[in-house]
Design a protein around this ligand. Structure first.
Ligand code: ATP
Length: 361
Protein backbone atom coordinates (compact mmCIF):
# COMPACT_ATOMS: atom_id res chain seq x y z
CA UNK A 1 0.00 0.00 0.00
CA UNK A 2 2.76 2.47 0.79
CA UNK A 3 4.90 1.88 -2.26
CA UNK A 4 4.92 4.98 -4.47
CA UNK A 5 4.87 4.91 -8.26
CA UNK A 6 5.39 8.02 -10.32
CA UNK A 7 4.36 7.31 -13.90
CA UNK A 8 5.29 9.69 -16.74
CA UNK A 9 4.93 12.58 -14.33
CA UNK A 10 5.21 16.03 -15.93
CA UNK A 11 4.82 19.44 -14.29
CA UNK A 12 4.65 22.68 -16.21
CA UNK A 13 4.28 26.18 -14.82
CA UNK A 14 3.04 28.12 -17.88
CA UNK A 15 5.66 27.55 -20.59
CA UNK A 16 8.27 26.39 -18.11
CA UNK A 17 8.68 22.65 -17.59
CA UNK A 18 9.77 22.07 -13.99
CA UNK A 19 9.63 18.26 -14.29
CA UNK A 20 10.15 16.30 -17.49
CA UNK A 21 8.55 12.85 -17.68
CA UNK A 22 9.58 11.33 -14.38
CA UNK A 23 9.22 7.58 -13.85
CA UNK A 24 10.12 6.38 -10.41
CA UNK A 25 9.21 3.41 -8.21
CA UNK A 26 9.76 3.78 -4.46
CA UNK A 27 9.37 0.52 -2.54
CA UNK A 28 7.23 0.05 0.56
CA UNK A 29 9.40 0.92 3.57
CA UNK A 30 12.17 2.44 1.49
CA UNK A 31 14.09 5.61 2.41
CA UNK A 32 14.40 7.47 -0.89
CA UNK A 33 16.32 10.74 -1.16
CA UNK A 34 15.57 13.20 -3.96
CA UNK A 35 18.91 14.93 -4.46
CA UNK A 36 19.94 17.70 -6.81
CA UNK A 37 20.93 21.36 -7.07
CA UNK A 38 18.53 24.21 -6.37
CA UNK A 39 15.73 24.44 -8.92
CA UNK A 40 16.10 20.88 -10.25
CA UNK A 41 12.48 20.01 -9.45
CA UNK A 42 12.81 18.13 -6.14
CA UNK A 43 10.18 20.11 -4.25
CA UNK A 44 7.84 20.09 -7.23
CA UNK A 45 8.02 16.29 -7.31
CA UNK A 46 7.47 16.10 -3.56
CA UNK A 47 4.53 18.52 -3.65
CA UNK A 48 2.85 16.34 -6.25
CA UNK A 49 3.33 13.21 -4.09
CA UNK A 50 1.82 15.11 -1.15
CA UNK A 51 -1.09 16.43 -3.22
CA UNK A 52 -0.15 20.11 -2.85
CA UNK A 53 0.33 20.37 -6.61
CA UNK A 54 -1.39 18.42 -9.35
CA UNK A 55 0.70 17.07 -12.24
CA UNK A 56 0.26 18.51 -15.73
CA UNK A 57 0.20 14.91 -16.93
CA UNK A 58 1.10 11.47 -15.57
CA UNK A 59 0.00 9.50 -12.55
CA UNK A 60 0.87 9.01 -8.88
CA UNK A 61 0.06 5.62 -7.35
CA UNK A 62 0.29 4.57 -3.69
CA UNK A 63 0.40 0.79 -3.96
CA UNK A 64 -2.21 0.00 -6.62
CA UNK A 65 -4.30 3.05 -5.78
CA UNK A 66 -4.30 6.00 -8.18
CA UNK A 67 -3.84 9.10 -6.02
CA UNK A 68 -3.74 11.64 -8.84
CA UNK A 69 -6.33 14.29 -8.03
CA UNK A 70 -6.94 13.02 -4.47
CA UNK A 71 -6.79 16.01 -2.08
CA UNK A 72 -3.80 16.28 0.26
CA UNK A 73 -5.83 15.59 3.41
CA UNK A 74 -7.00 12.25 2.05
CA UNK A 75 -3.64 10.90 0.97
CA UNK A 76 -2.61 9.90 4.49
CA UNK A 77 0.91 11.28 4.17
CA UNK A 78 3.00 13.04 6.82
CA UNK A 79 4.85 16.12 5.60
CA UNK A 80 7.67 18.11 7.22
CA UNK A 81 8.95 21.28 5.57
CA UNK A 82 12.12 23.32 5.81
CA UNK A 83 10.25 25.84 7.96
CA UNK A 84 8.86 24.11 11.00
CA UNK A 85 5.11 24.47 11.18
CA UNK A 86 4.24 24.35 14.84
CA UNK A 87 1.97 26.25 17.22
CA UNK A 88 4.19 28.65 19.13
CA UNK A 89 1.58 29.43 21.81
CA UNK A 90 1.43 25.76 22.83
CA UNK A 91 3.86 23.61 24.80
CA UNK A 92 5.92 20.89 23.15
CA UNK A 93 3.55 18.30 24.68
CA UNK A 94 0.48 20.06 23.25
CA UNK A 95 2.11 20.31 19.84
CA UNK A 96 2.94 16.61 19.80
CA UNK A 97 -0.51 15.64 21.08
CA UNK A 98 -2.36 17.84 18.58
CA UNK A 99 -2.74 15.34 15.72
CA UNK A 100 -3.80 12.29 17.77
CA UNK A 101 -6.21 14.52 19.73
CA UNK A 102 -7.84 15.81 16.55
CA UNK A 103 -8.29 12.22 15.50
CA UNK A 104 -10.07 11.51 18.78
CA UNK A 105 -7.48 9.16 20.29
CA UNK A 106 -8.09 8.33 23.99
CA UNK A 107 -6.04 10.33 26.50
CA UNK A 108 -4.03 7.34 27.77
CA UNK A 109 -3.03 6.46 24.24
CA UNK A 110 -2.08 10.08 23.43
CA UNK A 111 0.09 10.21 26.57
CA UNK A 112 1.81 6.96 25.63
CA UNK A 113 2.51 8.08 22.07
CA UNK A 114 3.71 11.55 23.12
CA UNK A 115 6.03 9.93 25.68
CA UNK A 116 7.47 7.51 23.11
CA UNK A 117 8.05 10.08 20.38
CA UNK A 118 9.50 12.60 22.83
CA UNK A 119 11.91 9.94 24.07
CA UNK A 120 12.99 9.05 20.56
CA UNK A 121 13.59 12.68 19.59
CA UNK A 122 15.16 13.64 22.93
CA UNK A 123 12.35 16.04 23.75
CA UNK A 124 11.33 14.53 27.11
CA UNK A 125 12.90 17.26 29.31
CA UNK A 126 11.31 19.95 27.13
CA UNK A 127 7.74 18.62 27.02
CA UNK A 128 6.28 21.39 29.19
CA UNK A 129 8.21 24.25 27.60
CA UNK A 130 6.30 26.75 25.50
CA UNK A 131 7.34 26.45 21.86
CA UNK A 132 8.06 30.17 21.51
CA UNK A 133 10.96 29.76 23.95
CA UNK A 134 12.76 27.10 21.93
CA UNK A 135 15.64 27.32 19.46
CA UNK A 136 15.19 26.69 15.74
CA UNK A 137 16.94 23.32 16.17
CA UNK A 138 14.44 22.15 18.77
CA UNK A 139 11.46 23.57 16.90
CA UNK A 140 12.35 21.49 13.86
CA UNK A 141 12.64 18.43 16.09
CA UNK A 142 9.13 19.15 17.44
CA UNK A 143 7.83 19.58 13.87
CA UNK A 144 9.24 16.17 12.92
CA UNK A 145 7.73 14.68 16.08
CA UNK A 146 4.34 16.20 15.32
CA UNK A 147 4.22 14.49 11.96
CA UNK A 148 5.87 11.24 13.07
CA UNK A 149 3.40 10.74 15.94
CA UNK A 150 0.66 10.20 13.36
CA UNK A 151 2.66 7.19 12.14
CA UNK A 152 1.98 7.95 8.49
CA UNK A 153 2.75 5.06 6.15
CA UNK A 154 4.31 7.63 3.82
CA UNK A 155 6.47 10.30 5.38
CA UNK A 156 7.65 13.21 3.20
CA UNK A 157 10.41 15.54 4.36
CA UNK A 158 11.47 18.57 2.31
CA UNK A 159 14.89 19.89 3.40
CA UNK A 160 13.94 19.49 7.08
CA UNK A 161 17.50 20.13 8.29
CA UNK A 162 18.50 23.08 6.13
CA UNK A 163 17.80 25.68 8.83
CA UNK A 164 19.39 23.85 11.75
CA UNK A 165 23.07 24.14 12.67
CA UNK A 166 25.73 21.70 11.50
CA UNK A 167 26.27 19.80 14.76
CA UNK A 168 22.55 19.33 15.24
CA UNK A 169 22.14 18.24 11.63
CA UNK A 170 24.60 15.39 12.24
CA UNK A 171 22.60 14.22 15.27
CA UNK A 172 19.30 14.48 13.40
CA UNK A 173 20.61 12.41 10.47
CA UNK A 174 21.02 9.46 12.82
CA UNK A 175 17.70 10.07 14.58
CA UNK A 176 15.68 10.33 11.38
CA UNK A 177 17.19 7.10 10.11
CA UNK A 178 16.31 5.38 13.41
CA UNK A 179 12.80 6.78 13.29
CA UNK A 180 12.30 5.37 9.82
CA UNK A 181 13.73 1.96 10.81
CA UNK A 182 11.43 1.80 13.80
CA UNK A 183 8.22 2.74 12.00
CA UNK A 184 9.23 1.13 8.67
CA UNK A 185 7.64 4.01 6.80
CA UNK A 186 8.19 4.82 3.19
CA UNK A 187 10.23 7.99 3.50
CA UNK A 188 10.89 10.47 0.72
CA UNK A 189 13.48 13.02 1.67
CA UNK A 190 14.29 16.11 -0.42
CA UNK A 191 17.77 17.54 -0.01
CA UNK A 192 20.50 19.33 -1.92
CA UNK A 193 23.01 18.03 0.66
CA UNK A 194 24.61 14.86 -0.59
CA UNK A 195 25.92 13.94 2.84
CA UNK A 196 22.33 13.71 4.10
CA UNK A 197 21.32 11.63 1.09
CA UNK A 198 24.37 9.35 1.28
CA UNK A 199 24.12 8.69 5.02
CA UNK A 200 20.38 8.13 5.36
CA UNK A 201 18.90 6.90 2.10
CA UNK A 202 18.47 3.33 0.89
CA UNK A 203 18.46 4.76 -2.62
CA UNK A 204 19.03 8.20 -4.10
CA UNK A 205 17.24 9.79 -7.05
CA UNK A 206 19.63 12.33 -8.56
CA UNK A 207 17.89 15.13 -10.50
CA UNK A 208 19.02 18.08 -12.59
CA UNK A 209 16.97 20.62 -14.58
CA UNK A 210 13.74 18.69 -14.07
CA UNK A 211 15.27 15.47 -15.41
CA UNK A 212 15.92 12.28 -13.45
CA UNK A 213 19.64 11.54 -13.90
CA UNK A 214 20.10 8.30 -11.96
CA UNK A 215 18.45 6.15 -9.30
CA UNK A 216 20.69 3.94 -7.21
CA UNK A 217 22.07 3.10 -3.79
CA UNK A 218 24.51 5.65 -2.36
CA UNK A 219 27.41 3.42 -3.41
CA UNK A 220 26.05 2.89 -6.91
CA UNK A 221 25.75 6.60 -7.63
CA UNK A 222 29.21 7.16 -6.14
CA UNK A 223 30.99 4.25 -7.83
CA UNK A 224 29.10 4.06 -11.11
CA UNK A 225 27.65 7.44 -12.04
CA UNK A 226 25.36 7.13 -15.06
CA UNK A 227 26.61 10.35 -16.59
CA UNK A 228 28.95 13.30 -16.21
CA UNK A 229 26.45 15.32 -14.16
CA UNK A 230 26.18 12.62 -11.48
CA UNK A 231 29.96 12.06 -11.57
CA UNK A 232 30.59 15.73 -10.80
CA UNK A 233 27.70 16.21 -8.39
CA UNK A 234 28.31 13.19 -6.16
CA UNK A 235 31.48 13.25 -4.07
CA UNK A 236 33.21 16.11 -2.33
CA UNK A 237 35.13 17.03 -4.36
CA UNK A 238 33.37 15.50 -7.39
CA UNK A 239 34.90 13.11 -9.88
CA UNK A 240 37.90 14.35 -11.91
CA UNK A 241 37.22 14.32 -15.65
CA UNK A 242 39.98 14.70 -18.24
CA UNK A 243 39.33 14.98 -21.96
CA UNK A 244 40.91 12.23 -24.03
CA UNK A 245 40.56 9.77 -26.86
CA UNK A 246 41.34 6.13 -27.55
CA UNK A 247 45.04 5.55 -28.25
CA UNK A 248 46.11 4.92 -31.87
CA UNK A 249 47.16 1.42 -30.96
CA UNK A 250 43.63 0.72 -29.66
CA UNK A 251 45.27 -0.07 -26.35
CA UNK A 252 43.85 2.30 -23.80
CA UNK A 253 43.35 6.02 -23.80
CA UNK A 254 45.34 9.18 -24.30
CA UNK A 255 44.28 12.13 -22.16
CA UNK A 256 44.94 15.81 -22.83
CA UNK A 257 47.22 17.35 -20.27
CA UNK A 258 48.32 20.54 -21.95
CA UNK A 259 50.91 19.53 -24.50
CA UNK A 260 51.40 16.10 -22.91
CA UNK A 261 49.59 13.01 -24.05
CA UNK A 262 49.64 10.36 -21.37
CA UNK A 263 48.28 6.85 -21.40
CA UNK A 264 46.78 6.46 -17.95
CA UNK A 265 45.74 3.19 -16.29
CA UNK A 266 42.40 1.69 -17.26
CA UNK A 267 40.41 -1.25 -15.95
CA UNK A 268 40.27 -4.14 -18.43
CA UNK A 269 36.54 -3.82 -19.13
CA UNK A 270 36.90 -0.11 -19.95
CA UNK A 271 39.82 -0.79 -22.27
CA UNK A 272 37.43 -3.10 -24.10
CA UNK A 273 34.62 -0.52 -24.07
CA UNK A 274 36.69 2.28 -25.58
CA UNK A 275 38.33 0.10 -28.24
CA UNK A 276 37.04 1.20 -31.61
CA UNK A 277 35.47 4.41 -30.25
CA UNK A 278 36.36 7.29 -32.58
CA UNK A 279 35.06 10.34 -30.71
CA UNK A 280 36.35 12.09 -27.61
CA UNK A 281 35.87 10.64 -24.17
CA UNK A 282 36.15 11.89 -20.60
CA UNK A 283 38.46 9.91 -18.38
CA UNK A 284 37.06 9.98 -14.83
CA UNK A 285 38.56 9.08 -11.48
CA UNK A 286 37.71 9.90 -7.89
CA UNK A 287 40.02 12.35 -6.06
CA UNK A 288 40.06 9.90 -3.12
CA UNK A 289 41.24 7.04 -5.31
CA UNK A 290 44.69 8.22 -6.35
CA UNK A 291 48.17 7.63 -5.02
CA UNK A 292 51.41 9.46 -5.60
CA UNK A 293 53.54 7.58 -8.13
CA UNK A 294 56.99 7.54 -9.68
CA UNK A 295 57.60 9.61 -12.77
CA UNK A 296 56.36 7.85 -15.92
CA UNK A 297 53.82 5.80 -13.99
CA UNK A 298 50.95 8.24 -13.78
CA UNK A 299 49.72 11.70 -14.67
CA UNK A 300 52.40 14.33 -14.16
CA UNK A 301 50.88 17.68 -13.24
CA UNK A 302 51.85 20.96 -11.54
CA UNK A 303 50.55 21.59 -8.01
CA UNK A 304 48.48 24.78 -7.99
CA UNK A 305 46.97 24.82 -4.53
CA UNK A 306 47.28 22.82 -1.34
CA UNK A 307 44.15 22.67 0.83
CA UNK A 308 44.74 21.13 4.24
CA UNK A 309 41.41 20.14 5.76
CA UNK A 310 42.62 18.32 8.87
CA UNK A 311 42.27 14.60 8.35
CA UNK A 312 43.17 14.84 4.66
CA UNK A 313 44.85 17.22 2.23
CA UNK A 314 43.29 18.19 -1.11
CA UNK A 315 45.90 18.85 -3.77
CA UNK A 316 44.74 20.92 -6.76
CA UNK A 317 46.71 20.03 -9.89
CA UNK A 318 46.85 21.51 -13.39
CA UNK A 319 44.39 24.13 -14.59
CA UNK A 320 41.59 24.87 -17.05
CA UNK A 321 40.17 21.72 -18.66
CA UNK A 322 43.10 19.71 -17.34
CA UNK A 323 42.51 20.49 -13.66
CA UNK A 324 42.11 17.66 -11.17
CA UNK A 325 42.05 17.21 -7.42
CA UNK A 326 43.69 14.51 -5.34
CA UNK A 327 42.68 13.77 -1.74
CA UNK A 328 45.81 12.54 0.02
CA UNK A 329 47.12 12.04 3.56
CA UNK A 330 47.22 15.09 5.79
CA UNK A 331 51.03 15.01 6.02
CA UNK A 332 51.66 14.83 2.27
CA UNK A 333 54.79 16.86 1.48
CA UNK A 334 53.74 18.74 -1.64
CA UNK A 335 53.75 22.47 -2.19
CA UNK A 336 52.64 24.91 -4.88
CA UNK A 337 54.95 24.95 -7.91
CA UNK A 338 56.12 21.34 -7.54
CA UNK A 339 55.19 18.70 -10.07
CA UNK A 340 53.31 15.70 -8.72
CA UNK A 341 52.75 12.38 -10.44
CA UNK A 342 49.40 10.87 -9.53
CA UNK A 343 48.18 7.38 -10.33
CA UNK A 344 44.40 6.79 -10.35
CA UNK A 345 43.50 3.34 -9.04
CA UNK A 346 42.64 1.43 -12.22
CA UNK A 347 39.49 -0.21 -10.83
CA UNK A 348 38.00 3.19 -9.94
CA UNK A 349 38.39 4.70 -13.41
CA UNK A 350 35.20 5.41 -15.38
CA UNK A 351 34.97 6.66 -18.96
CA UNK A 352 32.21 8.84 -20.41
CA UNK A 353 31.26 9.67 -23.98
CA UNK A 354 32.26 13.36 -24.28
CA UNK A 355 29.44 14.10 -26.75
CA UNK A 356 26.52 12.58 -24.79
CA UNK A 357 27.99 12.67 -21.26
CA UNK A 358 26.86 9.08 -20.72
CA UNK A 359 28.98 6.47 -18.96
CA UNK A 360 30.59 3.90 -21.29
CA UNK A 361 30.34 0.34 -20.12
P1 ATP B 1 15.02 24.36 -4.24
O1 ATP B 1 15.91 23.51 -3.41
O2 ATP B 1 15.63 25.67 -4.61
O3 ATP B 1 13.60 24.47 -3.73
P2 ATP B 1 14.03 22.38 -6.09
O4 ATP B 1 14.90 21.40 -6.74
O5 ATP B 1 13.17 21.92 -4.98
O6 ATP B 1 14.92 23.61 -5.64
P3 ATP B 1 11.61 23.29 -7.29
O7 ATP B 1 11.20 24.13 -6.14
O8 ATP B 1 10.91 22.01 -7.52
O9 ATP B 1 13.16 23.02 -7.24
O10 ATP B 1 11.50 24.18 -8.59
C1 ATP B 1 11.82 23.69 -9.89
C2 ATP B 1 11.67 24.83 -10.87
O11 ATP B 1 10.30 25.17 -11.00
C3 ATP B 1 12.40 26.10 -10.46
O12 ATP B 1 12.97 26.67 -11.60
C4 ATP B 1 11.29 26.95 -9.88
O13 ATP B 1 11.59 28.33 -10.08
C5 ATP B 1 10.11 26.55 -10.73
N1 ATP B 1 8.83 26.68 -9.97
C6 ATP B 1 8.50 26.04 -8.83
N2 ATP B 1 7.26 26.37 -8.42
C7 ATP B 1 6.80 27.26 -9.33
C8 ATP B 1 5.56 27.99 -9.49
N3 ATP B 1 4.57 27.86 -8.61
N4 ATP B 1 5.46 28.80 -10.55
C9 ATP B 1 6.47 28.93 -11.45
N5 ATP B 1 7.65 28.28 -11.36
C10 ATP B 1 7.82 27.46 -10.33
Amino acid sequence: MSAIHLQNLVKKFGDFTALKTMDLAIADGEFMALLGPSGCGKSTTMNMIAGMEEPTSGKILFGERDMTGVPMGRRGVGFVFQNYAIFTHMSVRQNLAYGPKMRGAPKAEIDRRVGAIAEMLQLTPLLDRKADRLSVNILQRVAIGRSAIMEPAIFLLDEPLSNVDAAFRAVMRTELKQLQRQFRQTMVYVTHDQLEAMTMADRITVMDHGVLQQVGTPLEVYNDPANVFVARFIGAPGMNLLRGRPAESDRGLVVDLGPLGVTPPLPVEITAAVRGVRGEVLYGFRPEQVTLAESGRGLSMPVNFVERIGARTIIHLGDGEAAVKAVLDNDVALSVGQTAVIAPAAQSVRVFDAATGLAMK
